[in-house]
Design a protein around this ligand. Structure first.
Ligand code: 9D3
Length: 233
């Protein structure tokens, strides 16, 4: 069973997350575990300090190494060939997180997701205790917690049994290299906007063709990079 351990100064952010939706259901059904660990529990000083000023100067604070390395080692053991857990630092300078990486990570026994805050993490934490640094995209977040949630959701969807239909992960965007087209439900007309006639025609070949066309159109305009393989279909 996959066990996800999150190290954060804001464990309360994960309370609703771990009890809600597909992920909450999967945890309830015993298909995976997710625990959030308060980094401050691994401090030893009165003020439970997790940050300090940067060597060399500059703005902001840096996460000090002792609490982070102690937390990681308490949950995962020391880095090396014996360690069973895969330790990932959520970091803006990390490698881009992808659906393919999510699929691979779903096969791990234990993932430790380390959430940074402030300007960053002392480099020695990475060298001594981290296996991989991951970013979820080119925008600035205030810390790694939202990224850890994104990674947890994306990975959990590849854990066998988490989704009802075993096919539905394969047919989604980024598994099919094509964005999805528009969706409609009732009512057939809403504020003057009608559901496209073809979707009500009952002609399944026509419907499939229409959906392929809309998907291709949308992909061309929003994500042309996905089509550089050149295939038209
Ligand atoms: C304003 C400070 N930034 C200079 C450009 C550096 C910076 C430090 C710390 C930017 C963001 C953060 C906090 N972000 C994360 O911890 C983070 C993140 C992100 O910001 N974007 C995408 N993926 C991730 S994973 C972790």
């Amino acid at each position: 069973m996959l066990r996800i351990e999150v190290i954060t100064i804001f464990p309360e952010l994960f309370e609703a997350f771990r009890t809600t939706g597909v992920l909450g259901g999967a945890i309830e059904r015993g298909l995976l575990e997710l625990s959030a660990h308060d980094l401050r529990r691994f401090t030893r000083d009165r003020h439970r300090t997790v940050d300090d000023i940067p060597y060399g100067g500059g703005p902001g604070m840096v996460m000090k190494p002792e609490p982070l390395v102690e937390a990681i080692e308490a949950l995962a053991g020391a880095k090396g060939p014996e360690r069973k857990a895969h330790v990932m630092l959520m970091a803006p300078q990390g490698a881009p997180f992808t659906g393919q990486r999510a699929r691979e990570l779903a096969r791990e026994e234990q993932l430790v997701l380390v959430c940074g805050r402030y300007e960053g993490v002392d480099q020695r934490v990475i060298e001594l205790a981290v296996d991989e640094e991951i970013s979820i995209g080119d925008y600035v977040l205030s810390g790694g917690e939202v990224a850890a949630m994104a990674v947890s959701e994306a990975v959990s969807r590849f854990v066998p049994g988490v989704l009802g239909n075993p096919d539905s992960t394969a047919s989604e965007s980024f598994e099919s290299d094509r964005l999805e087209g528009p969706h409609y439900t009732r009512p057939v007309e809403f504020r003057g906007l009608a559901v496209p006639e073809v979707l009500r025609s009952g002609n399944h070949a026509e419907i499939a063709r229409w959906r392929r066309e809309r998907a291709l159109e949308r992909t061309r305009s929003r994500r042309p990079d996905l089509l550089t393989g050149g295939e038209e279909r």
